[in-house]
Design a protein around this ligand. Structure first.
Ligand code: IPD
Ligand code: CA
Ligand code: CA
Length: 300
């Protein structure tokens, strides 16, 4: 990895990037050797790599930023009353990882919480890093200073969301929850948005999906059931790359938002109208059931 972009050299993102690169090496080792997955829930997987990565990240964050708190997916709850708090997803895309599907990342997002802020209020996202060790891509952002992509082969370059204006010309992405799968309606959104766009990708790592939205590789991303460790870093990447982070009703994104929509800004209105229609059961394009399709095929 070449030098970190000068614009970010002095900030928290540079410290987090060094930690993410180290954790990425660790994950690559586990990925190449192969891991056994355990079940946290329904189909919610966890591996020794998730735990080892969180342990390493927590230890390095403690060395670099001893006065910061940490909130990690694999159980770390440390110093949560402090002015700075890291949201850590030590391995986003565990299902991919466990199956040898090379799309996963590390996500580190930093929130600044000024003194006196109530527990249920959000502070300000100030730094975010998402690192994909397989493709050697490090996405980083600092509040007010922009978002950048660093590759091992080239110097950092600024990230910008896409300029796609119309849903029918867009490429989108989404994800599906691993908890209470039978209670989730996202498959209907997936189907309808597939019919209205160039397509919807389900790649399996929400933080990387957000980074791809920031990089203009997809024009929008939505999911029903995310956590702050999935979204903290990616939300800042999208915002600093010029995009919009909102909830399904159009209100601003919050760290405790489970339903999130990221767009390039230009598609927000069209997608929000679509969401309102879906929740009201309006303007839904019919598609045949498999049985209807089979009956028609027989009749041909
Ligand atoms: C999951 C991934 C997946 C998303 C799930 C997340 P994990 O995170 O980001 O793409 O659809 O909602 O829970 O469990 O691999 O860290
Ligand atoms: Ca995750
Ligand atoms: Ca995870």
């Amino acid at each position: 990895m070449k030098g970190f972009p000068a614009q970010l050299d002095l900030g928290f993102a540079a410290g987090a990037a060094a930690i993410a690169l180290e954790a990425g090496e660790l994950l690559r080792g586990y990925f190449d050797r192969g891991v056994t997955a355990e079940y946290k829930g329904d189909v919610d997987l966890v591996t020794e790599a998730d735990r080892a990565s969180e342990k390493l990240i927590v230890s390095r964050l403690g060395e670099k930023f001893p006065d910061h708190g940490i909130y990690g997916e694999e159980g770390t709850r440390f110093g949560l009353e402090r002015a700075y708090r890291w949201y850590v997803d030590p391995l986003d895309g565990t299902t991919n990882f466990a199956h040898g599907f090379p799309f996963f990342c590390i996500s580190l997002g930093l929130e600044h919480r000024p003194q006196g802020l109530a527990q249920d209020q959000d502070g300000e996202l100030t730094a975010g890093v998402v690192y994909d060790p397989i493709h050697g891509e490090l996405f980083a952002a600092e509040k007010g200073r922009g978002a950048w992509l660093n590759r091992s082969s080239e110097p950092g370059r600024p990230l910008h969301v896409s300029r796609t204006r119309y849903l029918q010309e867009s490429l989108l992405s989404t994800g599906f929850p691993s908890h209470k799968r039978h209670a989730n309606p996202n498959i209907h959104f997936y189907q309808q948005l597939t019919l209205r766009s160039h397509g919807v990708r389900r790649a399996g790592a929400a933080a990387l999906d957000l980074a791809y939205c920031a990089a203009g590789r997809v024009d929008g991303f939505w999911e029903f059931n995310l956590n702050s460790w999935d979204t903290a870093a990616g939300a800042l990447l999208v915002q600093e790359a010029g995009g919009a982070m909102i909830r399904f009703d159009g209100s601003p994104f919050r760290l405790d938002s489970q339903e999130i929509l990221a767009t390039n800004g230009l598609l927000t209105g069209e997608i929000l109208t679509f969401f309102a229609d879906m929740f009201a059961g309006r303007n839904i394009d019919p598609v045949p059931t498999a049985a209807e399709f089979a009956a028609r095929r027989l009749a041909r």
